[in-house]
Design a protein around this ligand. Structure first.
Ligand code: ATP
Length: 455
């Protein structure tokens, strides 16, 4: 990937200019780094979700889906340890009043990973480390801050939380899923949905936001079965998925959490990271969580959360592997991987080289001239046929060259132009390929087959 300093700014600017991602509520001055997905952004997002669901649910016989609520019984978060322990360390600069995530600022300034050691971080900072914002050294003590968003619900006493992860909803529905389906271990339950974290600092565009989407799987296994090969296979699958979105293998790496940083129940945790223009950042997490979650919920609810293994004639609380992905981070990966600036004979073009499966618009249809009713009519006919199967766009603004540039910037793999030959001669149209810019003539009645082959 190209690493120019302003690459990230170029991508953010294109995302806004072209209707992928806007700052949310911009007319009111925005809201703390939150974003809306615009017309092309929502298509890209839906395509990535569908690709994930097709890959991990539809095309597998061992994984089923579900969709739980955002607001869940508070007992769930007490049992999972979130109410008490889902914290981040924060520190304020007393001079410029800027707030930081303490472990991040210490790591940035010293290269030391001191996550979890509040006193240690306070000492290191107060020894004279300078605020990256104002250059002074006047720090508060490092304190824990809950990442949970609190709200309330009519008829329920006490606080309710916006879920900080989707996984919780899966564990509490484990029993209902076992009772209502015929799943056999090993099996997974998948869910896509919003999660909310009151991050101390939201930054790097949609990489770290407070309202985001996760795509998570809880993959239940026999506690006595060999788990390492499955774990490695999930890591490969996560990387393969990133590559399906356009990431290059050399831009992916794995980070294994050191033993001393693992939660007491986790046997192994590995993140898959992507080389963003601002550096490597986590895309996926994969954790072996033992039977911690089911055991905690069984204890707290008084319900048995066991699996009856008819094949081996035994009963047990399954162990779980948890492959999890951040949808917004995958969208950012696809934008960064697709972005290219190419030199042409007559200038340059910006082109988003999305894999065809996730490109927001698959085909754009143009009449060569907008003031020729016969051309427009024929182009509309072509558009009306193709739109039934593909996300298409009709464009008659400006000249064809400009329309190509516009479609290149939103990553449309094919543009069709209806011209005079179409209506006067042979009923063929030109089909122009985004990446090669080559044009071929295809008979209109063969267009459907052409795209079945090429898309
Ligand atoms: P980080 O270390 O970056 O804060 P995490 O390890 O806390 O992430 P997990 O709890 O493993 O994240 O969440 C699973 C996935 O959800 C992450 O791999 C990431 O892709 C995504 N994710 C987590 N926090 C955010 C956020 N604030 N904004 C966008 N995506 C996020």
């Amino acid at each position: 990937m190209k690493k120019e300093e302003n690459l990230m700014e170029e991508i953010v600017s294109l995302a806004k200019r072209k209707g992928f991602i806007f700052p949310a509520c911009e007319i009111y001055g925005g809201l703390a780094n939150s974003y809306s997905y615009g017309p092309y952004g929502v298509e890209l997002k839906n395509n990535i979700k569908k690709l994930w669901w097709d890959t991990f649910v539809k095309q597998r016989s061992d994984i089923i889906g579900m969709d739980g609520p955002i607001l869940l019984n508070t007992k769930l978060w007490e049992a999972s340890g979130h109410t008490e322990g889902f914290n981040d360390a924060m520190v304020d600069c007393k001079k410029c009043k800027k707030r930081f995530r303490a472990d991040h600022v210490v790591l940035e300034l010293t290269g030391k990973d001191m996550e979890g050691d509040l006193d240690g971080m306070t000492k290191v900072l107060q020894k004279g480390l300078k605020c990256p914002e104002c250059g002074e050294s006047d720090w508060t003590e490092v304190k824990n801050m809950s990442q949970m968003f609190k709200t309330e619900m009519n008829s329920v006493s006490g606080p309710i939380y916006l879920r900080p992860e989707t996984a919780g909803a899966i564990f509490v529905d484990f029993k209902n899923i076992l009772d209502s389906t015929r799943v056999k271990i090993p099996f997974g339950i998948a869910q896509i949905g919003k999660a909310f974290r009151n991050e101390i600092v939201a930054r790097n565009f949609i990489f770290r936001i407070r309202e985001f989407e996760q795509m998570e799987i809880e993959y239940f296994i026999d506690p006595e079965a060999e788990w390492e090969p499955l774990f490695d296979d999930w890591l490969d699958k996560q990387e393969e998925f990133a590559m399906m979105l356009g990431a290059k293998k050399e831009d992916l790496r794995r980070y294994q959490h050191p033993k001393e940083k693992l939660s007491h129940y986790s046997k192994k945790t590995v993140d898959v990271e992507y080389n963003f223009p601002f550096g490597f950042g986590e895309l996926f997490g994969l954790a072996h969580r033992g039977n911690f979650d089911l055991t905690q919920h069984a204890k707290s609810s008084g319900q048995k959360l066991e699996y009856s293994d008819a094949v081996n004639n035994k009963k047990y609380v399954p162990h779980v592997l948890e492959p999890t992905a951040g949808l917004d981070r995958l969208i950012l990966t696809s934008l960064c991987s697709a972005y290219a600036v190419e030199k042409l004979e007559n200038g340059e073009r910006v082109v988003m080289k999305f894999p065809k499966t996730i490109a927001p618009i698959k085909i754009a249809v143009f009449p060569l001239m907008k003031n020729k009713p016969d051309l427009v009519k024929k182009a509309k006919e072509v558009f009306d046929i193709l739109k039934m199967k593909y996300m298409c766009e009709f464009d008659d603004n400006g000249n064809v060259g400009k329309r190509y540039r516009r479609q290149d910037e939103i990553g449309t793999p094919y543009c069709i132009t209806v011209d005079f030959d179409t209506i006067e001669k042979d009923n063929t149209v030109t089909v122009r390929d985004r990446d090669t810019m080559a044009q071929v003539r295809v008979k209109t009645e063969e267009l459907k087959n052409y795209f079945i082959e090429n898309l």
